[in-house]
Design a protein around this ligand. Structure first.
Ligand SMILES: C[S@@+](CC[C@H](N)C(=O)[O-])C[C@H]1O[C@@H](n2cnc3c(N)ncnc32)[C@H](O)[C@@H]1O
Length: 215
């Protein structure tokens, strides 16, 4: 049986028991192998924009004897899919890139997102673009990650929720992560550090939100 990281385990646990799962940016293919081995899904669609990564996933799937259950697609985001999966995972890709994927093609599926950065950009997009965010919580696996589960619908978030998430369901990491961001931003904004002009206003906005939240 394949062992996977805490981060990927959190994703796998959100899949439920479904017929099909798509993994966008599959890379090593570990998520789909785990999902198939543990009967979270009967079939999987592995997508990657990099042919090298897709080959890595194909080799791993063959190693685990699961090739009859997986379709492989080389291409960008959701575009290469030929059928709509019950669940679509976009993990390990930045919030900005995840938004670009959704802007290019949106399908009616349950989504699980674990952006590797800029989760606030993804939340903003989901709120503005007709998604209901069912879950939005923080996990820790070395660093902090936001896990979001969303379907078509509506969500109204205030500015703090856009930045930090809704903490639903509650995890002990929510406040820990906000305090961690506070000290990271303080270091980044200190006099001697050089932060790009693009990032300065954004970090300052996030910092103001943190101070409001901690009051
Ligand atoms: C850091 S790996 C993440 C692997 C895995 N999803 C995880 O969470 O561990 C990112 C993968 O996403 C792929 N990727 C990045 N942008 C993509 C896009 N627009 N469409 C499909 N794959 C993409 C990359 O080629 C790479 O293999």
């Amino acid at each position: 049986m394949l062992k996977i990281s805490q981060r990927l385990l959190s994703v796998a646990n959100e899949i439920g028991k479904v017929d099909s799962v798509a993994d966008i940016g599959t890379d090593h293919g570990k998520l789909i192998i785990y999902a198939l081995e543990n009967n979270f899904a009967k079939r999987a669609f592995a997508v990657d924009v990099s042919s090298k990564s897709l080959q890595k996933a194909r080799d791993a799937v063959i190693e685990y004897g699961l090739e009859d259950k997986v379709k492989f697609f080389h291409g960008d985001g959701l575009e290469p899919l030929t059928e709509i999966p019950d669940v679509t995972v976009i993990a390990g890709i930045g919030g900005n890139e995840t938004v670009n994927i959704l802007k290019n093609a949106t399908i009616d599926t349950k989504y699980i997102f674990v952006p590797h950065n800029d989760a606030h950009i993804l939340r903003q997009y989901l709120c503005e673009s007709g998604f209901e965010i069912l879950k939005d919580y923080i996990i820790k696996d070395g660093k902090f990650y936001a896990v979001l589960v969303a379907v078509k619908g509506n969500t109204e978030y205030n500015s703090a929720q856009i930045w930090f998430g809704a903490d639903k369901p509650h995890t002990d990491y929510f406040e820990e992560r906000i305090r961690d961001r506070k000290s990271k931003i303080e270091k980044l904004l200190c006099d001697k550090c050089i932060v790009s002009n693009r990032l300065q206003p954004e970090l300052q906005e996030e910092y103001r939100e943190i101070l409001k939240w901690l009051k």
